[in-house]
Design a protein around this ligand. Sequence first.
Ligand code: 5GP
Ligand code: MG
Length: 179
Amino acid sequence: MKTIKVHDKQFSIFIGSEEIDKSVSQIAEKINNDLKGKNPLFLVVLNGAFIFASDLLKKVNIPCEISFVKLSSYIGTKTTSVVRELIGLDEVLTGRTVVIIEDIIDTGITMGVTTEKLKKLEASEVYIATLLFKPDAFRMNYDIDYIGMKIPNDFIVGYGLDYDGHGRNFPDIYKIIEN
Ligand code: 5GP
Ligand code: MG
């Protein structure tokens, strides 16, 4: 089995590029059917979703707009909880159909915070498209509209996802080998 080393950890091949591509095509097909005539605004969550978004949006063939956001994280001064702010968004969202493009949903907290912020900006509908979803880790109770693949609760890298800044450029997805 193909294994790679990223920093101090070993990873083994988990999802190959052909399987990823099939899953990306299925999401694109659903979006093309569901959101036709809505001129959706796709919001790509940087950094992790950049490769997924690029592959997905090449297969989206309906009129749409594309923009990019980032979630800043910093430790609040009075508490130790992590506060996340959406940065980089300069579109007016009032009345728009927004589709968030995310790499992976784990506990679901990040996406929960993001959708709440977008609804406050008066988007008329907010859809979520994620390539990967870890159902066993998910702790929220909102619906995820488009899911590429459900995966077990293991740490993965590749296809945009990093381990400590490395591994985003791998075309395949790798899973950590726990020792
Ligand atoms: P959540 O708020 O859903 O727990 O976390 C979502 C974020 O955690 C993702 O956007 C991603 O940045 C990171 N994340 C969750 N699971 C993994 C994983 O297996 N590998 C990597 N590289 N990042 C992950
Ligand atoms: Mg992410």
